[in-house]
Design a binder for this molecule. Structure first.
Ligand SMILES: NC(=O)c1ccc[n+]([C@@H]2O[C@H](COP(=O)([O-])OP(=O)(O)OC[C@H]3O[C@@H](n4cnc5c(N)ncnc54)[C@H](OP(=O)(O)O)[C@@H]3O)[C@@H](O)[C@H]2O)c1
Length: 309
């Protein structure tokens, strides 16, 4: 984990774990102190637990990123970042955010024209370079492997202009891979057709696994790389109407957690972010939703979420 951002992400993982475990520890301490007559400590535990409950109710669940603060702007300067689902919503905001930090961007989704528009906006925001690479995430593993090779070829093409890149193969690759492409669901499990279940798994889970495997050999050879998957709070909190969606994100999350253990000591880090509701699909864009329309809810903006990621 040579770079500062990798250290931050590792600290983030430890902190996330600590924050996950803390409520149980607090309940134990509160019961213990109540039994042995230490009301001040019991009250203190109750206040902290209430904070946790408030956080869960309002769907923030980002105590770790709040505690760590933003990544330093230098973390992404000159780095090659591949973002799927970059044509709108969270992926687009992430492209603009990391672009403003001077990253070299490879932006993917199905719509080439829209991606080109995001590339232009990201370049105007400060990206060192920005290229569109169209892909249909439901096209299957073989197609994802081809896209992985195409992304590496683009990274090589862009390397000439990079800070410190000397153009040798060992120096060139994708530094960050963000799996953002995805579709949500607003339908009861009993009303969801089998093909829709399969489509959601292909889009949210299988494509991310295949793209990860396509890039891993290059990342491991360079002993350098960060993979970030966008999961969902639905993994952590039961979400009626999102059964398959939650399952796709839970599967992706479990894949990433296992993978992290496999590659952690070989220079590659793996992170999963579980955002709560974010107000994407605005300004004329339609969110990718399987089933009925999106229920109204309290949302962060996509820009807030991109900054937190
Ligand atoms: N918004 C939320 O409240 C929320 C909360 C938690 C997690 N998330 C997750 O965050 C990610 C982004 O969410 P969002 O709200 O920004 O979604 P969004 O506005 O619906 O955008 C989805 C993105 O995925 C791309 N995409 C969809 N189908 C694709 C396919 N077959 N092949 C390639 N790209 C495809 C879309 O691009 P094209 O249409 O151009 O292909 C688009 O760029 C998703 O994984 C979502 O599950 C969102």
């Amino acid at each position: 984990f040579p770079t500062r951002v990798a250290r931050e992400m590792r600290r983030g993982t430890a902190l996330t774990l600590a924050l996950d475990v803390a409520p149980y520890a607090l309940v134990a301490v509160a019961v213990f102190t109540a039994a042995f007559g230490a009301p001040v400590l019991t009250r203190l535990c109750a206040v902290v637990l209430a904070t946790y409950a408030g956080n869960a109710v309002f769907g923030e669940c980002d105590l770790a990123s709040w505690a760590l603060g933003d990544a330093p702007r230098s973390a992404y300067r000159g780095k090659t970042v591949w973002i799927t689902g970059a044509s709108q919503g969270l992926g687009e905001e992430l492209a603009l955010h990391l672009g403003s930090m001077g990253a070299k961007l490879i932006l993917s989704s199905r719509r080439e024209e829209t991606l080109r528009r995001v590339c232009e906006a990201a370049t105007a925001a400060g990206a060192e370079d920005a290229r569109a690479l169209t892909l249909d995430a439901r096209a299957g593993s073989a197609a994802m492997r081809e896209k992985g090779a195409a992304a590496l070829a683009l990274a090589k093409e862009m390397a000439g202009s990079g800070d410190g890149a000397d153009g040798t193969d060992a120096d060139v690759g994708v530094d960050y891979l963000f799996h953002v492409a995805g579709g949500s669901q607003h339908a009861a499990a009993e009303d969801t057709a089998d093909e829709v279940d399969r489509d959601m798994f292909e889009l949210n889970t299988m494509s991310a696994i295949a793209l990860t495997k396509a890039l891993l050999p290059s990342m491991l050879a360079r002993r350098k790389g960060t993979i970030v998957a966008i999961g969902s709070m639905a993994v952590k909190c039961p979400a009626p109407g999102q059964a398959t969606y939650a399952a796709t994100k839970a599967a992706l999350s479990a894949f990433c957690h296992s993978l992290r253990g496999e590659v952690a000591d070989r220079g590659v880090s793996v992170t999963v972010a579980h955002p709560g509701p974010i107000a994407t699909g605005l300004g004329g864009q339609t969110r990718v939703i399987f089933g009925a329309t999106l229920a109204k809810s309290t949302c962060d903006t996509a820009a807030d979420a991109a900054a937190a990621a």
